[in-house]
Design a protein around this ligand. Sequence first.
Ligand code: KIV
Length: 276
Amino acid sequence: MSATSPVRPVLPPDIRARKGSEPLVVLTAYSTPVARLVDAHCDIVLVGDSVGMVIHGLPSTLGVTMEMMILHGKAVVRGAQKAMPVIDMPFGSYEEGPQQAFRNAARLMSETGAPAVKLEGGQHMAETIAFLTARGVPVMAHVGLTPQSVNTLGGYKVVGRAEEAEKVMADARAVEAAGAFSVVLEKVPEGLAARITQELTIPTIGIGAGVRCDGQVLVVDDMLGLFTEFRPKFVKRYAELGKAADEAIAAYAAEVRSRAFPAAEHSFPDVLPVKK
Ligand code: KIV
């Protein structure tokens, strides 16, 4: 599968048709080797703008650029043979209006080969989502906590408690009506996420939104224990690769210093005798 392949094996209508059946399994990836690992087990591989924080060391997702998303998107599409790649639209690439959003979404799709994009926002993004879907751009929506709005939300808080619940419900209804093929619910109280999942006809993909969504997504570096700067409550660590890597690097450093590495089996014998 490559950017030039005509049709991928899983496309947005296939994901939409999974509503109410077996849970959708989604992980992020930012490189070809990790995309290959994710591809073997997941339905969707998300090139999240979380790449800015977990790979590039940025303090938030706000500094992520189109060029970063295209570079990582190309790498992931190369590694994903069956899982469907989705690319995040970075902050500032779609909020001005439908035309700007179409121009940048088309660039993400044509330059990477991914068949869909994701963007953040509910009712206020409905016009843009409708514009994109009518023009051949499948959109995964993202409501609840939308990290690109961290400064207006006042932090990475749970969104949708008490009277805020009806606003999140209205956001979810609006993105469905606009034509999104699925919607991420981030850091939404579990009862509200269950209500949204029950009412919507498109799949909901939860992250910190409880078990009653149609699928789940995590940032791969979080669940592998590679990104350890902070750990939201919704992250379950399935491995401690950061700790394993630290131990391996410490062992390498000690062996280089003690000249235990490289050993004979890592070296190349001379053909001619070495002159003393
Ligand atoms: O950027 C990202 O990785 C995301 C997921 C957390 C849903 O948007």
